[in-house]
Design a protein around this ligand. Structure first.
Ligand code: HEC
Ligand code: HEC
Length: 211
């Protein structure tokens, strides 16, 4: 191919890619999808995707696009069971999911304290988060979720800045088998190894870092 042909082909590919992204994330978030069953996210997840602790609605702002998109696909497939989110995800098109995930990932994440392995670990929650319980094969949460649970890449979501109620509900969903969407049962193993008191304590610990 001549250089100009190659440039032209490149420009066409770019245009096609831009059209594929044409679904408007902001509009979808505030007004809902083309299918009315894809209700406006803003109603539950807050004006800026900051979540609503009292309703058990998680913050979405600043989570990675890859993680958000995977969760929407998992609700759609049922790998993550939830009576509210499953019909909403099922009503979203692939392009709508991608636009929403990109829009939310670009929003600022709440500031979370960067507690890490080197810090003192006082109390049950902090010990699990920063040291783990290796005698029961439970790695410290920050080894996957990053310092202060601030999230790592597309695979490991941020925990800081989520409410204690949401975090413990997710750990219990893994223990009960209603959430089974994690690669290689990584979280399933961790969650099933925790006692009720440990679930509460570690959820409260990460929630406290986000304040
Ligand atoms: C009627 C309330 C409601 C509406 C509207 C709603 N959600 Fe949700 N959403 C929830 C609840 C409740 C959960 C927690 C589900 C669970 O416990 O697994 C959730 C969880 C999520 C999660 C998982 C977050 C995480 O950290 O894993 C994503 C992603 C999400 N919603 C995206 C959306 C998008 C995008 C929209 C708009 C198209 C939307 N939601 C509309 C209630 C709602
Ligand atoms: C070996 C790696 C690993 C370790 C250690 C780990 N996690 Fe996770 N965790 C994951 C992965 C992977 C996911 C995302 C699964 C998915 O794709 O939905 C996750 C998701 C979560 C979620 C759901 C977040 C959301 O937004 O819905 C919670 C809550 C959680 N982990 C808590 C913990 C706690 C508490 C600990 C420590 C006791 C811990 N994790 C240790 C890998 C790990």
């Amino acid at each position: 191919m001549r250089t100009t042909d190659r440039l032209l082909a490149g420009a066409c590919a770019l245009l096609l890619a831009m059209q594929a992204q044409a679904a408007d994330g902001q509009k979808l978030f505030t007004q809902g999808g083309a299918n009315p069953a894809a209700m406006a996210c803003v109603t539950c997840h807050g004006a800026n995707g900051e979540g609503m602790a009292a309703g058990g609605f998680p913050r979405l702002a600043g989570l990675s696009a890859g993680y958000l998109n995977k969760q929407l696909e998992d609700f759609r497939s049922g790998a993550r069971a939830n009576p509210i989110m499953q019909p909403i995800a099922a009503a979203l098109g692939d392009d709508e999911m991608q636009a929403l995930s990109a829009f939310l990932a670009a929003k600022p994440a709440p500031a979370a304290a960067q507690a890490n392995r080197a810090d003192a670990a006082e109390g049950v929650g902090a010990r699990l988060a920063l040291r783990g319980a290796w005698e029961r094969n439970i790695p410290e949460c920050v080894s996957c979720h990053g310092p202060g649970g601030s999230g790592v890449g597309d695979a490991f979501p941020a925990l800081g800045g989520q409410s204690a109620a949401y975090l413990s509900a997710q750990l219990n969903a893994w223990r009960q088998g209603t959430r089974k969407n994690d690669p290689n049962d990584l979280m399933g193993h961790v969650a099933r190894s925790l006692t009720d008191a440990e679930v509460t304590a570690v959820a409260e610990y990460f929630a406290s870092l986000g304040q």
